[in-house]
Ligand binder design. Structure first.
Ligand SMILES: CC(C)(COP(=O)(O)OP(=O)(O)OC[C@H]1O[C@@H](n2cnc3c(N)ncnc32)[C@H](O)[C@@H]1OP(=O)(O)O)[C@@H](O)C(=O)NCCC(=O)NCCS
Length: 165
C-alpha cells in the first residue's frame, strides 16, 4: 500500500467505478489541491484506491482561525478496509506534508459519536483544544452533485504539535 498526493493522471483512475458521492469528493479535493488550498492524499493498493484524506492548508472553521491562526487541518479521512493501518498511514502522510509546509501544528474535527476515529487520533498524539466544539457544516449531494441538504454537526476539535518531531 502506498500513500501519496494526488497527481494529474490519478483522477481518471479514481473516478472509475466510483459512486456519485465519491466522484464529487475526488473532483472537489483534487481541485482544491490544484488551487493550492489543500493537499489531497490517496492510499493505493496497487491500482485501486483504498483510502483518502485531505489536508486543508488552513482550517475550514472560522473560530479556529480566529483563535489559533492559520495551520493545516485534516479532513475527510476514510479507509476501506478498516483496521489495516491505512488511516494511520494517511494521518502520518498529512503530518509529514504539514511539516514540509513549515506548520507547527495540525488540527482536525471529529464528531462526538465517532469513538473509533477519536481513539485512533488520540493514540497518534492528538489532544482536544481548550475552546469547546466546532460546528462542521457540509452539504449532502444527490447523484448529480447538487446540494440537497445542509448538515451542521457539532464536533470536538483536536490538535497535534508537530515541533520536536
Ligand atoms: C477513521 C478511519 C479513517 C481509520 O482508518 P483505518 O484504516 O481503519 O485506521 P487504522 O487501521 O490505521 O487504525 C484503526 C485501528 O486498527 C488498528 N490497526 C492498524 N493496523 C492494523 C493491522 N495491521 N492489523 C490489525 N489492526 C490494525 C489500529 O491500531 C487501530 O486500532 P483501534 O481501533 O484500537 O484504535 C476509518 O475507520 C474510516 O474510514 N472511518 C469512517 C470515516 C470516518 O469516520 N472518518 C473519520 C472522520 S473524523
Amino acid at each position: 500500500m502506498t500513500v501519496r498526493q494526488v497527481q494529474s493522471g490519478d483522477l481518471p483512475r479514481l473516478l472509475v467505478g466510483a459512486g456519485p458521492r465519491d466522484r464529487f469528493h475526488h473532483v472537489e479535493r483534487a481541485g482544491m489541491q490544484e488551487r493550492g488550498e489543500a493537499t489531497y492524499l490517496v492510499a493505493w493498493d496497487g491500482d485501486l484506491p483504498c483510502g483518502r484524506g485531505t489536508m486543508f492548508h488552513r482550517s475550514k472553521y472560522e473560530r479556529v482561525r480566529d483563535l489559533l491562526g492559520d495551520f493545516p487541518e485534516l479532513n475527510g479521512l476514510e479507509a476501506v478496509p478498516r483496521g489495516r493501518g491505512i488511516g494511520t498511514r494517511l494521518v502520518a502522510a498529512a503530518e509529514a506534508r504539514a511539516t514540509t509546509l513549515g506548520a507547527a501544528r495540525i488540527g482536525l474535527a471529529v464528531e462526538h459519536g465517532n469513538v473509533d476515529a477519536r481513539r485512533l487520533y488520540e493514540r497518534l498524539g492528538y489532544v482536544e483544544w481548550e475552546h469547546g466544539d466546532v460546528v462542521d457544516r457540509w452539504f449532502e449531494r444527490d447523484g448529480s452533485g447538487t446540494a440537497v441538504r445542509e448538515h451542521a454537526d457539532p464536533c470536538s476539535y483536536l490538535v497535534k504539535n508537530l515541533t520536536g518531531r
